[in-house]
Design a protein around this ligand. Structure first.
Ligand SMILES: C[S@@+](CC[C@H](N)C(=O)[O-])C[C@H]1O[C@@H](n2cnc3c(N)ncnc32)[C@H](O)[C@@H]1O
Length: 266
């Protein structure tokens, strides 16, 4: 069988399994496999709806190549909206914190663009932090970031960071059960579940973001498409000024941000 024949066969197989980008994914599988048997094995896993990122073991994000495992959320292209926002609010040399860092995607993308900045990534999952540390080494950023176990910002000093970002779990528990098998069967529940209305983590996080920022610093969080109003209200209630919404490339609400003004410190 030629390589092209195998690629067509795998694409047809994936298409029949309900995978939208079957031809593209077949190409990725062929590029990663070192033998026909391995390609068939990968295709079989994909047809059973295991995410391609977990089969390949990596995922592009921003300009980085990140390792992903079942212990971390596969970073999404939508999250690049938060990175873009962060880069427009961080001078080089600044100090950044990423709460719920997972694979380290957001913090590492920011640091990759600001060679004199440094940062801390917090996660409650020790297994996720190991992946983040590996990603820092893989992208030559390990000397400028520190990954630590923690419950959001508990134990972090107040008035300490120029920029604070988070992409917390924000899917309502009932909705979670209705998502594609790639998500429900393969991504960590801890990375997804935002409680009954999806907003539990924001309620805890947003006041903490305010506390750890230095006066003049900025914070932003990723949100679900229908959460802008509620998260905007949480930012305003926490004391943030200039609370604003940014949209992703598809035009959906994606990031809520705000500033702790120079006169504020708590
Ligand atoms: C939606 S994922 C985001 C991962 C990564 N930042 C990204 O954007 O791809 C949320 C992350 O928050 C972490 N998390 C959940 N509860 C947490 C808590 N109480 N304290 C710190 N991190 C938590 C999860 O382990 C997960 O890695």
């Amino acid at each position: 069988m030629t390589r092209d024949d195998l690629k067509s066969e795998i694409a047809a197989w994936l298409r029949a399994a309900g995978i939208d980008e079957a031809a593209l994914e077949a190409r990725h599988i062929l590029a990663a496999a070192s033998s026909e048997a391995e390609a068939r094995d990968m295709a079989q896993r994909r047809a059973a709806r295991e995410p391609l990122s977990l089969i390949l073991g990596n995922q592009p994000f921003w300009t980085l190549d990140l390792r992903v495992t079942p212990d971390v959320l596969t970073p999404r292209a939508d999250t690049e909206t938060l990175v873009e926002w962060a880069l427009s609010h961080l001078a080089d040399g600044g100090r950044v914190v990423d709460l719920g860092t997972g694979s380290g995607a957001i913090l590492l993308a920011i640091l990759s663009e600001r060679p004199n900045a440094s940062g801390v990534g917090i996660d409650s999952s020790a297994a996720a932090l190991q992946v983040a540390e590996e990603n820092a080494r893989r992208n030559n950023l390990a000397d400028r970031c520190d990954f630590r176990a923690g419950n959001w910002a508990d134990g972090l000093p107040g008035n300490a960071f120029d920029l604070a970002v988070s992409n917390p779990p924000y899917i309502a528990s009932a909705v979670l059960e209705t998502l594609d098998p790639e998500v429900t069967d393969h991504e960590p529940y801890l990375a997804l579940d935002g409680g009954a209305d999806g907003l539990d983590c924001y309620r805890l996080l947003v006041p903490q973001l305010f506390r750890i920022l230095r006066p003049g610093g900025h914070a932003a969080v990723e949100i679900g498409y229908d959460q802008a109003e509620a998260v905007n209200a949480l930012f305003a209630a926490a004391g943030f000024a200039d609370v604003a919404l940014s949209r992703d490339l598809a035009g959906n609400p994606r990031v809520i941000s705000g500033q702790k003004t120079e006169t504020q410190s708590r």
